[in-house]
Design a protein around this ligand. Sequence first.
Ligand code: ZN
Length: 281
Amino acid sequence: MAGESQNKAAELLRQLEQGVQQIMSSEGWARYLQTQARFRRYSMLNTLAIIIQRSTATRVAGIRTWNELGRRVKRGEKGIAILAPISVRASKDDAGAKEADEEPRVTRFRVVHVFDIEQTEGQPLPQTPAQRLGTSTEAGRELYSALLRIAHEDGFPVLPEVELRPGVNGEADLVARTIRLAPGLSEDHRARTLAHEIAHLWLHQIGGDRADQEAEAEGTAYVVASWAGLQCDGYSFGYLASWAHAKDGAAIVRRVGATIQKTAARMIDRLTPEEDARETA
Ligand SMILES: [Zn+2]
């Protein structure tokens, strides 16, 4: 990339970091996190129990939590049984009970029922700001076909229109070296997602740090898509914020910035092969 494009990439990185910072301090973001916190993490055993009883479950909570979130369990839905730890008073036979406030307590388990979001109805849950890019532009179409060519040259089969887990727009299989894209994406969103997945296949191995990997892939997609004239600030900032939250916040962008810049430069160079050929001819 020429000096001018490098300055442009550095400027885009600055905007990215600022954008992530802004989202993470916005009210919408706070509401999103408050909701996320309602869905507690389940133990390995309970996760298995949920998957066995309802393999399509994505968001699981008890009736009370659903009601507090403005949703109701639909009539006739059967709950998913899991084991909840409860603290109970030890029986009289247990040694050591001398004073009431020192009564020994033991942890027992009891079966409770939870429900998947699909078994409920009511108010939609707050989502990360701008989960989908709605627009289809000529620039998006062009970028998508140029990226398809790059994926083809690098031997990455691209499978468009594959049903993926809810909320997932694309997936890079790091073992099979294939890319899957969700159906129904706008042209711009499809292009941005493909850039993201190509970056994963260029850069990442299984077992790497997930937050860093996502920041590198989305940062690259953001720089490349913005360079091509697509508007994806809202989407990329929100996506990055959701990963940065688990790590070091917006600073993640600065930390992996050099990788983003290098990868974006490599992708942008490959997007314009004819011009390169002419220059070197
Ligand atoms: Zn990713």
